[in-house]
Design a protein around this ligand. Structure first.
Ligand SMILES: Cc1cc2nc3c(=O)[nH]c(=O)nc-3n(C[C@H](O)[C@H](O)[C@H](O)COP(=O)(O)O)c2cc1C
Length: 323
């Protein structure tokens, strides 16, 4: 099994759970790690909100062993605020890497000159990276895109500055900010980043069990990050491991997926309480049925549940129907 070394930490394999706001809470991270991911990212956490002592934001901080390595991701646009936020997470959270978000294209984040707006602030990156590295007791990662738009693809320059300032690794979503989450992923630029041989490179963007070999061939990246493909499919990680070892992959089946869904629900209930668990499972539940027979029926049922009883009745019904 190939490993991935970032800074002083050796990850047991190269397969990583991406940060997904609204999804990668502790409940999901634990499932990704238990099924083989070598690293799981938190959702993006606001530096401003940490300074305001926002309770919801503090609740997002990982605080206990989750069964594997964790990257805590911050976002912010003000370097002074960012340095204070790092001190807060160093004192209040348990994690292995500090990650900084330089890829989010959402308006709310861009308005704070943060997320992928940093790709437009190249002159300030030396100071930003210096601040991240000098304030963090953990190795620092950045997660970015190939550039702001088609005419401004500056990720290679960003990596040079990051390496000079002591950043330990970089995850690259192979799209520009203006592409948002669709359109072609440019794996060639990720390959160029790898050839610079400055930092460990984690490839990201539409990577799946089906195309991992091809993406690896093109990019030769050190690590591979999975977002939407891993939603509802924690076995993507165990299957990636099987595939690398030369064994056949194990297809998802309805019984296994129903059991995962129950595990996820129970985790969410423990993490957030029953009301939030119901609302979150309505959001993430449909992903568990993707690709399975009768998926559309199950998807339309799970989004309608309004109580714990509804949830377990549906799970029992699905199990009975598929016996
Ligand atoms: C719903 C959603 C939420 C996301 N939240 C974050 C986030 O909090 N931080 C971040 O760096 N990227 C975030 N991303 C981007 C993903 O981490 C990833 O870069 C992107 O989805 C491409 O990878 P994929 O094709 O494997 O999903 C988000 C993407 C989606 C679809």
């Amino acid at each position: 099994m190939k490993t991935l070394t970032i800074g002083t930490i050796i990850l047991k394999n190269r397969y990583i759970m991406a940060p997904l706001a609204g999804y990668t809470n502790k409940s999901l991270r634990k499932m990704a790690l238990r099924n083989g991911a070598s690293l799981a990212y938190t959702e993006m956490i606001s530096c401003n909100a940490l300074l305001y002592k926002n309770k919801k934001t503090f609740d997002m901080l990982p605080k206990e062993d989750e069964g594997g390595r964790i990257a805590l991701q911050l976002f912010g646009g003000d370097i002074e605020v960012i340095s204070k936020a790092i001190k807060i997470v160093e004192e209040n959270a348990k994690f292995d890497f500090l990650d900084f978000n330089m890829g989010c294209p959402v308006l709310k984040v861009m308005k704070q000159f943060s997320g992928s707006y940093w790709l437009k602030r190249q002159d300030e990156l030396k100071k930003l990276f210096h601040t991240l590295v000098s304030n963090s007791r953990h190795p620092v990662l950045i997660k970015t895109r190939i550039g702001y738009d088609e005419n401004h693809k500056n990720v290679l320059d960003v990596i040079k500055i990051a390496a000079e300032e002591g950043v330990a690794g970089v995850a690259i979503h192979g799209r520009t900010k203006t592409q948002l989450y669709g359109g072609n992923v440019n794996y060639d630029i990720i390959s160029e980043a790898k050839k610079m041989n400055l930092l460990p490179i984690i490839a990201n963007g539409n990577i799946s069990l089906n195309n991992i070999s091809e993406v690896e061939k093109i990019t030769n990246a050190d690590g591979y990050m999975f977002g939407r493909e891993a939603l509802g499919h924690p076995t993507i990680f165990s299957n990636l491991i099987l595939k690398e070892k030369g064994y056949p992959i194990i297809d998802d089946n309805i019984e296994q997926q129903t059991n995962f869904l129950i595990e996820h629900f129970n985790n969410l209930k423990k993490e957030f309480g029953i009301d939030t668990a119901i609302s979150l499972i309505r959001g993430v539940g449909p992903f568990y049925f993707k690709g399975l027979q009768d998926a559309s029926i199950y998807k339309s049922s799970i989004i309608k549940i309004s109580s714990e009883k509804d949830f377990f009745d549906l799970m029992n019904q699905i199990k009975k129907l598929n016996k």
